[in-house]
Design a binder for this molecule. Structure first.
Ligand code: DGP
Length: 244
């Protein structure tokens, strides 16, 4: 005769669950650390040509890495892409392009790198960018017939930086740093208009840094500002630039 199973299957399940619960298997694993990934900060370095931005931006990347805050360096224009190649040729006076057309190419160069910017910030890495959309506006609007408002439009929707470090260098100090190079915009009169345009863009995310300080002193000031903003913004969303 077939042996009768003495208990109903629902009772078996109940017992197994009770035992398992007593053994602690249904509790949350004790030593699994669930850490939240905070976003990285977007830090932009701006200033007239020869203000020392590139040196400071590259140094800041290293300073933050060394301080345990992983950071990437980027620059605009990024001359390594196809669009960047056209821009490079234009800046070196190898080609002539209509003012609006080159403005849009500078802007397109930023848009094409947006996925990289977003991905980097999302994984918690900060980005230090040597020039951004502000350069786009101040250089293009320094040309005749180009309004500041029109120049802002093509970059509307890009992420707004958490911090803009503006390296303020006087005309006199620029002259002391030697001759301008041979690139298209490296002319005294043009740079004067660029400097005046920068004045029109500043808001409370900007810090005006005296670029006449020594490289080390300047880096100290910049590091302090960067660390402050990294701690402040890690849980915040990044707003869009120039939302009307
Ligand atoms: P840099 O590689 O940082 O030396 O920049 C090259 C030159 O291009 C410099 O004179 C600034 C200018 N520039 C940078 N970004 C833009 C932009 O978006 N639009 C325009 N018109 N000029 C820019």
């Amino acid at each position: 005769m077939a042996r009768q199973f003495p208990v109903r299957s629902s009772t078996v399940v109940k017992v197994i669950l009770q035992r398992t619960f007593r053994m602690g298997f249904t509790q949350e694993p004790q030593n699994v650390v669930t850490s939240k990934v905070c976003r990285g900060a977007l830090i932009v370095m701006e200033g007239c040509d020869r203000s020392g931005k590139t040196t400071q931006a590259k140094l800041l990347k290293k300073t933050l890495d060394d301080a345990g805050k992983p950071t990437d360096f980027m620059c605009f224009p990024d001359r390594s892409t196809q669009i960047g190649g056209i821009i490079n040729n234009y800046l070196k006076c190898g080609t002539e392009l209509e003012d609006h057309a080159i403005h849009l190419l500078f802007s397109a160069n930023r848009w094409e790198l947006l996925p990289k910017i977003k991905m980097t910030l999302a994984k918690g890495t900060n980005i230090v960018i040597d020039r951004y959309a502000f350069s786009g506006v101040v250089f293009s609007a320094a040309k005749e017939g180009m309004s500041l408002e029109w120049c802002k439009k093509s970059d509307t929707g890009l992420p707004k930086p958490d911090l803009v470090l503006y390296l303020d260098v006087s005309e006199k100090d620029v002259q002391k740093r030697g001759q301008f190079g041979a690139e298209r915009y490296e002319k005294e009169e043009f740079q004067k208009r660029v400097r005046a345009n920068y004045e029109l863009l500043k808001d409370d995310t900007w810090r005006i840094i005296d670029a006449s300080l020594s490289i080390d002193k300047l880096q100290e000031v910049i590091k302090e500002e960067a660390l402050k903003v990294i701690n402040k913004t890690k849980d915040e969303k990044i707003p869009e630039l120039w939302v009307e």
